[in-house]
Design a binder for this molecule. Structure first.
Ligand SMILES: NC(=O)c1ccc[n+]([C@@H]2O[C@H](COP(=O)([O-])OP(=O)(O)OC[C@H]3O[C@@H](n4cnc5c(N)ncnc54)[C@H](OP(=O)(O)O)[C@@H]3O)[C@@H](O)[C@H]2O)c1
Length: 312
């Protein structure tokens, strides 16, 4: 029987996804009526969704089995109280690879102290700044989920010691894992470079604050491709100014685009990147969408369902 899938994301995404989705639905043996809008919301079986797409009120879509997000972070989707249907976040292998490139690149930048040479004056020959080997450094990752664990493995391959922290304790051959309040303290104390890959939830807001910064190694650096609210900005700026922290690479912010007068733009120890750490890659993300719809049609449990209680 033909199923109706509503694509609710900006037009540019529709043009990008449409060729892949059509082909993959056929290959998966699914008979799908893929639509951009509908006069009969009760006939819609699945919604492919981005929060900046046209559907804002989910109440009329009473028979929808799954809302599949095209975004990894679901904090905006969860603010929509009409969205009560099962919601899956995007776990995209392509996005994972892109994130590992970003994180490894910026870990290396802090490790090698590259910023100091970029800002050196002519004749400033500071050869005492040769970096130690990667194996003498520890990289901590707060949030060893889909992205964090993959990045941890990429960083470890480069020779760094890698420690990770999550809500539930993980066991991994490469990344030494911690959980709980004591675990967070242990990771903060060990990390020369700290990477934030936590979701934005009430529990993780301001996890980098005056207290947590005080527990960090003197001279540690922070890389945040997670979400802006993970950091208490005033505390981070104070940590950088006091010298506890040697630098920060920030990709995400409480307000985006980051306002022109924000102190991060001009701070000598901060590198701002404009929320480009990694994006959903259409080719791989489309296969994830199809897999979940196929699961719905064959009675298998959906992948990557959001737990509304914990907020991710
Ligand atoms: N900047 C960008 O371009 C970009 C792109 C994609 C994603 N992101 C961000 O990256 C985040 C992570 O994505 P993901 O796919 O890796 O998510 P994920 O698979 O859900 O992983 C989240 C990790 O955070 C841990 N966590 C959540 N709440 C916690 C808490 N209160 N205390 C300790 N650990 C906690 C989880 O612990 P458990 O393992 O125990 O559940 C898990 O390890 C997204 O939410 C999004 O905000 C940014």
């Amino acid at each position: 029987m033909t199923k109706t899938v509503l694509f609710s994301a900006p037009e540019v995404s529709w043009h990008a996804y449409k060729p892949y989705l059509g082909d993959l639905f056929d290959k998966a043996g699914l008979q799908i009526n893929l639509v951009l809008e509908t006069q009969a919301p009760k006939d819609v079986d699945y919604i492919i969704y981005a929060p900046n797409g046209p559907v804002k009120n989910f109440a009329p879509f009473s028979n929808v089995k799954l809302v599949q997000s095209l975004w990894a972070g679901v904090e905006t989707a969860l603010k929509n109280k009409s969205l009560t249907q099962p919601l899956a976040r995007m776990v995209d292998p392509g996005m994972r690879e892109g994130m590992a490139d970003y994180v490894l690149g910026h870990v290396m930048r802090h490790h090698l102290g590259t910023a100091k040479f970029e800002t050196a004056k002519a004749g400033e020959w500071r050869n005492e700044l040769a970096p130690p080997l990667a194996r003498a450094r520890t990289v901590g990752i707060l949030g060893v989920g889909s992205l964090g664990m993959y990045c941890g493995h990429a960083i470890a391959k480069q020779g760094f010691n890698v420690v990770g922290w999550s809500r539930s304790l993980k066991s991994d051959d490469v990344v030494k894992c911690y959980a709980g309040t004591d675990g967070l303290r242990d990771v903060l104390r060990q990390s020369d470079i700290l990477v934030l890959l936590l979701p934005d939830t009430p529990e993780t807001t301001d996890i980098i604050n005056t207290n947590s910064i005080a527990q960090m190694k003197h001279g540690a650096a922070i890389i945040n491709p997670g979400r802006g609210p993970l950091i208490d900005d005033a505390a981070l700026l104070a940590g950088l100014d006091s010298g506890i922290l040697s630098g920060a690479t920030l990709d995400v912010f409480r307000v985006e685009p980051l306002p022109e007068n924000d102190p991060y733009w001009t701070h000598p120890k901060v590198l701002v990147t404009p929320h480009i750490a990694s994006e959903t890659r259409i080719e791989t993300a489309a296969t994830v969408v199809i897999e979940n719809i196929k699961r719905g049609e064959t009675g298998k449990p959906f992948l990557h369902l959001v737990d509304r209680e914990v907020g991710y």
